[in-house]
Design a protein around this ligand. Structure first.
Ligand code: ZN
Ligand code: MN
Length: 484
């Protein structure tokens, strides 16, 4: 029986969060879903007659930096082109994009797979503008142009991926790089990154490119991986049944977990690409490229290697910290204070802080706890001013209110009880209240000490220093045993 090999390429659209839109002065505002429609618009991005586009320099720079991060060649001259198609969310009737001469091309990105490191070639990285958005309400359709003209980077790969897992690994890594470059927030729920996958299958050993299905509008890693896996399975089934796969554009029904035909595929000539007459060729000097290369931040792979070597962290916690640049920056800001070990900090950040961020649906740069504030709390725990459990509660309060640890401890009277005399008194009381358990201990069933310890902690509302309680409780119990 023939064995089949999937052949997958990706087109990724990523919004660039510059201050203003691609060709006009309207602000770029992240789509939180509750913006008043058509409020961030002007004559240019709504295509009023007589308006002319002006290129956003920062969008060009971020596209070049993306090209550099993806090991691309930056073309000395690129051109904007008109890509014509009719759709009500496209006010001009065409999208200003790049076609024959993109800003960057011929790069690659390496991904880790179960078969080792694989190189996915990048065909090109080009710059274009986003469209508006349609809303269908009953029998009418409404259009919102807030998003129209937001700068978009499009990254086009060669068909080098061979499984849904590889596609996912590529997408995850690309997202990390874009966040590191400051292109956007990486917030997929807000549509800042969208994927289209071209999928075909061929007999293993063949190097022919078969007719492919292009799956549109995949807006999460999960949808991307599921849709690709589904297509691979379907196409193999068709070929095994003696059928043929034709070139088509597919949609993805996330609820049913299936792709469906939208239309037979359009070809490049359907778009009638031609050079944008309102914009001159874009010249990109070598000095400009080199100055942008110097501005590239340390990229995720390099940072991962450094975190392991410099801080002695394991693969798992390194991964958790580095995946988001803001988190990695936060961690390093805290480490640089030199007051706690990197390992302890990593535990607090990837444990409690991540949980609280998730619960409050906030990013690390949106929570009111500074690296200094977190380190201060950890020190109080390490010095025994509060015990670990109380420390974790304090962090929760810090995230909720923005107050400092010191203030919360004072206001709530959370300071750990480390006064030996006071604790001895409480322990004696607890033992007097539970004569049966004391009797068991004296009779040799020493495990009951753990239960008694719990009672003491309860009596102090969790504020007692646990190490101290353990020692004093043992002393008290031993005294009773001998006292018999
Ligand atoms: Zn505008
Ligand atoms: Mn595009």
């Amino acid at each position: 029986m023939t064995r089949y090999e999937p052949v997958i390429g990706l087109e990724v659209h990523a919004q660039i969060h510059t201050a203003s839109k691609m060709f006009c002065r309207c602000p770029v505002v992240e789509d939180t879903g509750d913006l008043e429609p058509n409020t961030y618009v002007c004559p240019v991005c709504t295509a009023m007659p007589g308006t002319l586009p002006v290129i956003n320099r920062r969008a060009v720079e971020l596209t070049i930096m993306t090209g550099l991060a993806l090991n691309c060649e930056i073309l000395p001259v690129s051109r904007f082109a008109r890509k014509s198609y009719f759709y009500p969310d496209l006010p001009k009737g065409y999208q200003i994009s790049q076609h024959a001469l993109p800003l960057a091309r011929d790069g690659y990105l390496e991904i880790e797979t179960e078969n080792g490191t694989r190189r996915v070639r990048i065909d090109n990285v080009h710059l274009e503008e986003d469209t508006g958005k349609l809303f269908h309400v009953g029998n009418v359709s409404l259009v919102d142009f807030n998003r129209a003209g937001v700068p978009l980077i499009e990254i086009v790969t060669k068909p080098d991926m061979r499984s849904a897992e590889e596609v996912r690994a590529f997408a995850v890594k690309l997202r990390e790089i874009l966040i590191y470059l400051g292109v956007n927030s990486g917030d997929m729920e807000k549509g800042v990154m969208r994927f289209e996958a071209s999928v075909s299958v061929r007999p293993v050993g063949s190097d022919e490119l078969m007719p492919r299905h292009e799956i549109k509008n995949l807006n999460s890693f999960r949808a991307l991986a599921r849709a690709v896996a589904y297509e691979i399975e379907q196409q193999i089934r068709v070929l095994e049944g003696g059928g043929q796969v034709t070139q088509e554009t597919m949609g993805w029904d996330d609820a049913r977990g299936v792709t469906y035909t939208q239309r037979t595929k359009e070809y490049a000539h359907d778009y009638r690409y031609f050079p944008e007459p309102d914009l001159p060729p874009l010249e990109v000097g070598r000095e400009w490229v080199e100055s942008l290369r110097r501005q590239l931040p340390e990229l995720p792979d390099a940072r991962r290697a450094r975190f392991r070597a410099e801080y002695g962290l394991g693969d798992f916690e390194t991964e958790l910290l580095v995946a988001d640049r803001a988190v990695a920056d936060y961690f390093e800001a805290a480490v640089s204070l030199g007051k706690t070990s990197p390992k302890t900090l990593a535990n607090w950040i990837t444990g409690d802080l991540f949980r609280l961020m998730k619960e409050t649906k906030r990013r690390i740069d949106e929570i009111p706890v500074s690296p200094e504030g977190l380190v201060d709390l950890i020190q109080r725990v390490e010095e025994g001013a509060v015990n670990l459990n109380t420390g974790r509660e304090i962090l929760e309060e810090m995230v909720a209110t923005g107050k400092e640890a010191r203030q919360i401890i004072e206001e709530k009277g959370l300071a750990q009880i480390s006064d030996e005399a006071a604790l001895r008194g409480i322990i004696e009381q607890v033992l007097d209240q539970h004569p049966a358990q004391v009797e068991q201990y004296v009779g040799g069933k020493t495990q009951v000490a753990g239960w008694l310890m719990g009672q003491v902690m309860k009596a102090t509302k969790g504020r007692a220093n646990p190490q101290l309680v353990r020692r004093l409780l043992n002393e008290a119990l031993e005294a009773r045993r001998k006292g018999r």
